[in-house]
Write a protein that binds this ligand. Structure first.
Ligand SMILES: [Zn+2]
Length: 139
């Protein structure tokens, strides 16, 4: 009997999708809040110390980086949800082999087995997770 086991990865995938949505909303709300402050002129950069300005810029860049990471994550979660809807959740999209249980437990949104993911990252580190079929440019 497997009754006492952890929540299945597909349930955790749904949870993750919800969680990501909440995170993105809070990041967006924060970013919008900042630009509203800009418009009202409450933050007057002329009066601020340079250190404050760079902190502010840094925070902005950080927010946009987080936004980018979240967007990537969301895309990946959506892919896994699609796979689930089509009944091929837990199957590697590259080699068609089952993705390991441990990997799915750690990353319920994984759509590739660890070997294929690694190979992809090694072959194409700058372009990982991109769905374009090989940028073959003749230099
Ligand atoms: Zn694979």
């Amino acid at each position: 009997m497997a009754e006492s086991r952890d929540v299945p990865p597909t349930d955790r995938l749904d949870e993750r999708a919800e969680h990501l949505e909440q995170l993105r909303e809070s990041v967006e709300a924060k970013t919008l809040g900042e630009s509203q402050t800009d418009e009202t002129g409450e933050i007057n950069t002329v009066d601020n110390h340079p250190a404050d300005i760079s902190d502010f810029t840094y925070q902005r860049e950080l927010d946009s980086t987080i936004g980018q990471i979240l967007a990537d994550e969301e895309q990946q979660v959506r892919k896994a949800l699609d796979a689930k809807a089509e009944g091929r959740y837990g199957i590697c999209e590259d080699c068609g082999q089952p993705i390991g249980e441990a990997r799915l437990a750690a990353r319920p949104e994984a759509t590739r087995c660890i070997e294929c993911q690694r190979r992809r990252e090694t072959q194409n580190p700058a372009d990982r997770d991109a769905d374009r079929p090989g940028l073959e440019r003749t230099a």
